[in-house]
Ligand binder design. Structure first.
Ligand code: C2E
Ligand code: MG
Ligand code: MG
Length: 608
């Protein structure tokens, strides 16, 4: 069968259009095309009508009536004949036509005896396939009116395919080409020299969320339209702007000696520093811009938008607010994802998570009053991972709750084990904001205490000020429940954020831990010197125990003691120790008293 009347180059170009205009359309999914084939079949009084798209190896029926199969091989296709020709192809009796007499669709089911197909020609002049009618009996030749009707119906099919394609590739809100279009353009033009992609996100995800929540989705839409206008004004001629997602835009730029990316980025950042108007309401942006030189950084398979989104977030946090793509940022993101994915498995593994305990010392007596439980993670392939890295990650998911539950049980178990060895110890453990919104935390702690027969006064919960910004009243009520149970409550890292005196009076805390960065920067007479002194006396005035964190030197120790700080924790006394090392440290009497008689537990609440 000789149906190939196009050169291989012509066919390659034709297939690009076929792919562009029809690849995303499922067979039978479009009601308009389905309606067209039904009408055409009725008009010509035939059982079968098809929108047949000729792909490389198959003809695929994007709409069909009177045909079971969704596709056939291209070899047997009638529609694939004479693809370069503009005329309607009509075969009045295939059994009499040497080109088709032996075609399996003629000699077997569906026993084609009549065929007429009008080409589906697109603007570029390419033919995607045909709109055809088929019968089981031979017909006399179609009259001119019939041919015109079939050709017109074929143009309607083409118009519909183009409009479906546009809808798929255009962002309905801004009218800009969308993410799919960007990805397909990048694929089509891959390898072209000197192209630069620039991602611009006017807000962070949480910024967008609060804007949409506060003022409504319509308002956010208008804001994004204002952003589009600004970008259209500022981007150089020839730049293609896309809406790459809910949050942002991407521009594709041709590199040229006249184009300074750093100048353009700085200009954009400056423009976003002024409020944009959504209706009459001025909105400040929180812009992040990332720049990626396509040739240098990627191969054809890279997920460019994901790469750029990671850099855009980092850019938002940087001072200049725009950044070139840096493979390190991407590697960091991949590591974070790997860690997050591994946390749940680590919690049930016997040898990945463990707790170490750092003594807390009463500065006046030198006695160890408590230990702080600190989590350690040995990841099977990444090795030791610091809690400073994985805890903030876990705090972005529900995993932090599982971690806290794990720590709570282990701490109670450890306290019971020490008690069995004659040491009555108090332990403090760190809890996060998300834990305090966990309605089950209280019950789980009670359960753990009971399981190991530990009294609540041997436990302290440490949390940072960040918990209070969520829902102050709810957090306070939750803390009060713990306090009523007899658990001590410590405020961690005080002085590192924006410390708020008003809430210190209102929450049922028992101690305040000064952040170790204050001590790290301490110099005689400098501002930290005055801040620490001031904080100590203010906290004491509120009848809370003051604890200093990061006590590293003899000087720290003496100064703090002199200023009235009651307790301290830091390398000067002891590093965080494994339970066995802690026991050895304890038995060596390093905390000043004869080991067996020490009772560490009660000191935390004694000062109140
Ligand atoms: P944090 O609660 O403020 O713990 C004190 C941190 O300071 C610990 O770091 C400790 O090892 C370190 N440190 C103690 N003394 C000194 C000193 O003299 N000098 C210096 N430079 N550092 C000292 P670590 O163990 O790496 O923990 C970091 C943070 O991770 C903790 O800060 C806490 O916020 C979090 N974290 C650790 N374990 C847990 C946990 O079980 N649950 C939760 N939610 N967070 C945890
Ligand atoms: Mg702590
Ligand atoms: Mg701390």
């Amino acid at each position: 069968m000789t149906q190939w009347n196009l050169s291989s180059e012509q066919e390659r170009v034709r297939l690009v259009d076929v792919d562009r205009l029809t690849a995303d359309l499922q067979s039978g999914s479009d009601p308009v095309l389905n309606g067209i084939v039904t009408m055409v079949a009725e008009h010509f009084g035939v059982p079968t009508s098809l929108v047949s798209i000729i792909e490389r190896d198959y003809q695929v029926f994007k709409a069909r009536v009177g045909m079971e199969a969704e596709r056939t091989s291209r070899e047997v296709s009638f529609c694939a004949h004479g693809l370069g020709e503009e005329a309607v192809l009509e075969i009045c009796d295939p059994t009499q036509d040497p080109r088709f007499a032996l075609n399996p669709l003629v000699t077997g089911a569906p026993y084609i005896r009549y065929y007429a197909g009008a080409p589906l020609r697109v603007k570029s002049g390419q033919t995607l396939g045909r709109l055809c009618v088929i019968d089981h009996q031979a017909h006399p030749p179609m009259d001119e009116q019939g041919r015109t009707l079939l050709r017109n119906a074929a143009s309607v099919v083409v118009a519909r395919l183009e409009s479906i394609h546009r809808a798929h590739y255009i962002d309905a809100v801004t009218g800009l080409p969308n993410r799919q279009r960007f990805e397909s353009d990048i694929k089509d033009t891959f390898g072209q020299a000197d192209r630069i992609a620039m991602m611009i996100e006017p807000l962070s995800a949480s910024g967008m969320d609060s804007l949409a929540k506060a003022l409504g989705g319509e308002f956010f839409t208008r804001f994004m339209l204002a952003v589009k206008e600004l970008l259209v004004q500022l981007l150089p001629e020839g730049a293609r702007l896309y809406r790459s997602g809910t949050l942002g835009f991407v521009a594709l730029l041709e590199g040229s000696p006249a184009l300074s990316i750093s100048r353009l980025s700085a200009d954009l950042v400056q423009a976003f520093a002024c409020p944009l108007y959504s209706g009459n309401i001025p909105i400040f942006s929180d812009v992040g811009i990332s720049v990626l030189e396509l040739e240098r950084e990627i191969d054809g398979t890279t997920d460019i938008l994901r790469l750029m989104a990671s850099v855009t977030d980092a850019a938002r946090r940087s001072e200049q607010r725009w950044l070139n793509y840096d493979p390190l940022i991407d590697a960091g993101l991949r590591r974070s994802t790997a860690l997050l994915n591994a946390i749940e498995a680590a919690l049930v593994s016997p040898d990945q998570f463990r707790l170490v305990y750092q003594p807390r010392i009463d500065l006046a007596s030198g006695r160890c009053v408590a230990v702080e439980a600190l989590l350690r993670w040995t990841h099977p392939t990444l090795g030791e991972v610091s809690p400073a890295e994985f805890i903030p990650l876990a705090e972005s998911t529900a995993s932090i709750r599982h971690i806290t539950r794990w720590v709570m049980r282990r701490v109670c178990e450890q306290l019971a084990a020490w008690r069995a060895q004659g040491i009555e110890m108090t332990a403090s453990l760190n809890v996060s904001a998300l834990d305090l919104t966990d309605g089950r935390l209280f019950d789980l702690l009670v359960e753990a205490l009971q399981a190991f027969d530990v009294a609540p006064r041997f436990i302290e919960l440490e949390f940072t000020e960040s918990v209070l910004v969520t829902d102050f009243q709810a957090v306070r009520a939750q803390l009060q429940r713990f306090r009523d149970l007899g658990v001590a409550i410590g405020i961690d890292d005080f002085g590192s954020g924006y410390s708020n005196w008003a809430y210190l009076r209102q929450i049922p805390a028992t101690s305040v831990k000064l952040d170790r960065s204050l001590l790290a920067d301490l110099q005689p007479g400098n501002s930290e010197w005055h801040i620490i002194r001031g904080l100590i006396s203010l906290v004491r005035e509120l009848s809370l125990t003051v604890v200093a964190e990061g006590v590293e030197t003899e000087l720290h120790y003496h100064l703090l003691r002199g200023w009235g700080c009651q307790q301290g924790q830091g390398y000067h006394f002891a590093k965080p120790l494994s339970p066995t090392d802690l026991l050895a440290w304890w038995n060596a009497g390093q905390c000043g008293l004869a080991p067996q008689r020490q009772r560490a537990g009660e000191c935390l609440l004694d000062n109140l």
